[in-house]
Design a protein around this ligand. Structure first.
Ligand SMILES: [Zn+2]
Ligand SMILES: [Zn+2]
Length: 171
């Protein structure tokens, strides 16, 4: 009987030390979670009231505050948001560059010859194969026409009536 009492009295300081250790451990975990929440919310929001709310939540509700914070925090970090906005802007510019009149900046179709808004010449129609080619190209990439063959061939084509004479005058 005395042996059991002695054992229990020996056990008390051990249990006390264990309790202190566990308590310190939990406090450390809680402090770390508050620090983590503070860093995390600063990466996600520049709004001071949002930062105070998030840190206060984790501070006042130890351990329960972290899952709550994970649910309530802004889904994107500021750098992710910034990257996404850059990406969207880049995509927008890419589309605009391809299909915008160089004169009036209004939307056009890629195969337009004239801008329907300001009548600027955008492309020319090849006199050899009638396909739309760039104004800066000296030779048609589809049929090799460089502008001289058409004028030489034009009379014979016209004579054989393969093509209406209107085609020639539009050049
Ligand atoms: Zn235009
Ligand atoms: Zn051509």
């Amino acid at each position: 009987m005395e042996a059991i009492q002695n054992f229990l009295s020996d056990l008390v300081p051990v249990l006390q030390a264990l309790g202190v250790f566990l308590g310190a451990y939990l406090v450390l975990l809680w402090a770390a979670s508050v620090l983590w929440a503070y860093r995390d919310i600063r990466r996600r929001s520049e709004d001071v009231s949002v930062q105070v709310l998030a840190v206060g939540l984790v501070l006042l509700l130890p351990f329960v505050g972290i899952p709550l914070h994970l649910i309530l925090r802004p889904p994107q970090t500021l750098s992710e948001k910034y990257e996404r906005s850059l990406e969207e802007e880049y995509l927008r510019n890419d589309i605009e560059e391809k299909y915008v009149c160089p004169e009036c900046q209004r939307p056009i179709e890629p195969d337009f010859i004239l801008c329907p808004h300001c009548n600027t010449s955008l492309r020319r129609r090849c006199s050899g194969c009638a396909r739309v080619v760039d104004l800066t190209w000296s030779i048609c990439p589809y049929c090799g026409d460089d502008g001289t063959t058409a004028s030489r061939q034009a009379p014979t084509v016209q004579a054989s009536n393969y093509r209406p004479s209107v085609e020639k005058t539009t050049r």
